[in-house]
Design a protein. Structure first.
Length: 285
């Protein structure tokens, strides 16, 4: 066991890989790189780098490591003030991402799937365990006391061989999924012009034209539910850019044209075909 940071206190994400068989070093390298990419996507501030994940402890036997976000300040590695919040959120995000794809059809409640980028990195992260009998994955949020360094487990999640393999299969299916209905097959009544769109969830990545999307929105004149939002590809206009670059997408109103994707007459998603206006919220409100 090797301690790589002298200060014992603080919050850690504890990752425990039980592959059952020896793992190639290259597989572990790709696995950890995927974890770092997923972290940086969600904790990078605008114009700034995300605090780096650093390994604070390694343990042999199973592949066990403790990681925590640290920042460089005046040439020194320092613990972030919101370290505990970041660790708690990232641990939960990682668990929810895997759980969304590893759940069986009868599990309830269902968890919304993450973005395509997260889905790809989740599969890459779990790759050293896939197809290996008896493999399992443990994810913990651990807190070390400042006085004596005693470890307390705040929350713990585990995934067995069946769940990990099911997640990998479902991720592949989701990334290959087409739109619910091809745009040229939509009847005229499913084309809605100059409707008000309120974003309920806005992924940081570019807008998707098909497949699983991390963007969701509400169009009250069509449905009160937050539904997936796609953006028709255009060689001239970056439709999602018009929504996310100039104003805060979560507090603004957008006037858009959409094609309504439906199943059995019920709206299931929207394809934005044009953005007419972006109305920011009133600062006085």
């Amino acid at each position: 066991m090797a301690d790589l940071v002298s200060k014992p206190e603080g919050d850690r994400v504890v990752i425990e890989l039980y592959p059952g068989d020896p793992v190639e070093l290259g597989e572990l390298s790709h696995s950890f790189a995927a974890l770092a990419r997923m972290y940086e996507r969600h904790y990078r501030q605008v114009g700034e780098e995300a605090p780096k994940l650093r390994v604070t402890k390694l343990q042999t036997g199973s592949v066990t490591m403790e990681i925590a976000p640290y920042a460089m300040m005046m040439g020194q590695v320092v613990v972030l003030m919101d370290n505990g919040v970041i660790v708690a959120d990232f641990t939960n995000r990682l668990w929810r991402g895997i759980k969304a794809f590893s759940s069986s059809a009868t599990d309830a409640p269902r968890i919304d799937a993450p973005s395509d980028e997260d889905a790809r990195d989740i599969k890459e992260f779990a790759r050293p365990l896939l197809g290996k009998p008896g493999a399992s994955l443990g994810i913990k949020h651990a807190k070390y006391a400042k006085k004596d360094g005693e470890k307390t487990i705040v929350v713990e999640y585990t995934f067995d061989e069946t769940e990990l393999n099911r997640a990998a299969i479902n991720i592949d299916k989701a990334l290959d999924a087409p739109l619910l209905e091809p745009p040229n097959a939509l009847p005229d009544h499913q084309i809605k012009r100059e409707v008000m769109l309120f974003m309920d969830q806005a992924n940081r990545g570019p807008g998707k034209a098909k497949g699983r999307t991390g963007d969701k929105g509400v169009i009250p004149s069509i449905s009160e539910k937050a539904l997936p939002v796609w953006f028709r590809k255009s060689s001239v206009n970056d439709l999602k850019g018009q929504i996310t670059k100039e104003v805060n997408p979560m507090t603004s109103t957008f006037v858009v044209d959409v094609q309504v994707q439906s199943v059995a007459g019920e709206a299931k998603g929207y394809i934005v075909t044009d953005v007419h206006d972006a109305i920011p919220s009133d600062p006085a409100e």
